[in-house]
Design a protein around this ligand. Structure first.
Ligand code: URP
Ligand code: ZN
Ligand code: ZN
Length: 471
């Protein structure tokens, strides 16, 4: 069975050109000016005239099938990957949530079962929740099982936050094992003090979530973990950078030769802390950590994307219902489960505010949404570009179309949309995953359970190299 995509404009991280694409057995077989076929051949033709052909989005920051702490996430692998596909995402790397006392290997096996219902391809970043010596022993085993990244926290004191010694040991061992460490960099110890002070003054509204997590607590933690990674000579990936001050730490570390990578998320690029002040407690819908920041930070984040200081945009999709989950914190912002839904809108938001509004090029869009995530997280050269030999994970996109983002029309299993009513330029018309059409005219037609586990390559230990290489 062959598929040919004709007349489209192919966009990669480096090139823009018109060509046809031949797909066989789920893989890109040929790219040429005009690929011909005979009428007796069993071939499916997609005409992509006037449309862009992007490599499928790779969202390396998703929390499907929580729970992170007490409140279960709204999307599991069925609803979450359906929403992802509708939004142009063909691979995810999802966080696992370990149970107390569970080994990382057991945790991984459990999560592989959770994800069997996935519609798109998936990998995992195990969250290392608390430190014990076994963790160090398990890291090389994880790498052998196709897990080339983990996540650790400097916040959530009590159950997750690691101290500097623990950070050093884990970063060092992970780096030596071919694993990149993702870090949630906020100073949880100071934040907890600020939360107590705020609540004791009766300052309980959602906006105080932002005020008790000031940018300095993110920048300090970012700087500290970058220094620890530098000392350990280990690669480090700073997730969900929200502000100019934290980004500045990554820029300085890169200048020193630290193998540091930065990620931001669409909400920090498109929204700001005024959303936390919405009436009727609606600000709770926007509670995430780090929090939304003052608007002026957005310009710095976009500049960081454009100049390469930020390598990836991930959704940080961690959805909770407004009614019944977010509302738990009505009288105390610290009880609002933090996390927001946007696996479905990530691609559209970054395209609209980035490419359409002239902040980044089409090639940069592909680089941050697909190519860099694939390179940093061990999926390249299987995923992350449109080239012969790559999986045929493809988004066909009409730049003249448009889409209205709304809870009423979304696949995300959540009772609100962060961008309700926003009209974004461009429309996803088809999505192919390993050559199979999973989205047609914006509707998901792929079956659950067709997604495959992504065995990811170990990262080499050439720490000071600017380019990631693989063992
Ligand atoms: O608010 C957020 N970011 N929720 C998800 C959990 C995390 O730390 O990424
Ligand atoms: Zn985090
Ligand atoms: Zn997250």
């Amino acid at each position: 069975m062959k598929t040919i995509i004709k007349n489209g404009t192919i966009i990669t991280a480096t090139d823009i050109y018109k060509a046809d694409i031949l797909i066989e057995k789920g893989v890109i077989k040929e790219i040429a000016d005009c690929i011909s076929f005979t009428s007796d051949e069993n071939v499916t033709i997609f005409d992509a005239g006037g449309q862009y052909i992007f490599p499928g989005g790779i969202d390396v920051h998703t929390h499907l099938d929580g729970p992170l702490r007490e409140s279960g996430n709204a999307d599991d692998f069925v609803s979450g990957t359906r929403a992802a596909a509708a939004g142009g995402i063909t691979s995810i790397v999802n966080f696992t949530n370990p149970k107390k006392g569970q080994t990382l290997i057991d945790n991984l096996q459990e999560w592989k079962q959770h994800a069997e219902s996935s519609l798109i391809d998936y990998g995992f970043h195990p969250i290392v929740c608390g430190y014990h010596d076994n963790v160090l022993e398990e890291l090389p085993q994880l790498a052998e099982q196709g897990i080339s990244s983990i996540k650790i926290f400097m916040t959530n004191k009590g159950d997750m936050a690691l101290n500097d010694q623990e950070l050093y040991r884990i970063l060092k061992k992970a780096g030596d094992s071919g694993i990149i460490t993702s870090v949630h960099a906020e100073n949880g110890y100071i934040i907890d003090e600020l939360i107590d002070e705020s609540l004791s003054k009766g300052d309980t509204d959602p906006i105080f979530h932002a005020y008790t997590r000031p940018t300095v607590t993110e920048a300090e933690a970012t700087n500290r973990v970058l220094a620890i990674a530098e000392t350990a000579n280990a690669p480090v990936y700073i997730v969900h950078i929200s502000c100019a001050d934290a980004l500045e730490q990554v820029i300085q570390a890169k200048k020193r030769g630290v193998q540091a990578f930065g990620e931001t998320c669409p909400h920090y690029l498109a929204l700001d802390e005024t959303y936390l002040r919405l009436p009727e407690f609606e600000g709770a819908k926007y509670v995430c950590s780090p929090p939304l920041r003052e608007k002026w930070n957005q310009e710095y984040l976009w500049k960081g994307i454009a100049d390469g200081s930020i390598s990836v945009v991930g959704s940080d999709h961690c959805p909770f219902q407004f009614d019944g989950q977010k509302t738990v914190g009505r009288n105390n912002f610290s009880k609002i489960p933090y996390g927001i839904p946007q696996i479905e809108d990530n691609f559209s938001i970054v395209y609209h505010y980035g490419v359409h509004e002239g902040r980044i090029s089409l090639q940069k869009f592909v680089e941050i949404m697909s190519t860099n995530p694939a390179k940093i997280f061990g999926l390249y050269p299987k995923k992350g570009s449109i080239a012969v030999g790559f999986d045929a994970d493809i988004v066909i996109f009409d730049p003249n179309g448009s889409k209205t983002l709304s809870a009423n029309s979304q696949y995300q299993n959540v009772d609100y949309n962060l961008y309700e009513g926003t009209v974004v330029q461009g429309k996803i018309t088809r999505v192919l995953s390993r050559g199979e059409e999973i989205v047609r005219d914006g509707k998901v037609i792929g079956e659950h359970g067709r997604g495959q586990f992504l065995f990811r390559k170990k990262q080499s230990t050439l720490k000071a190299e600017p380019e990631i290489t693989y063992i």
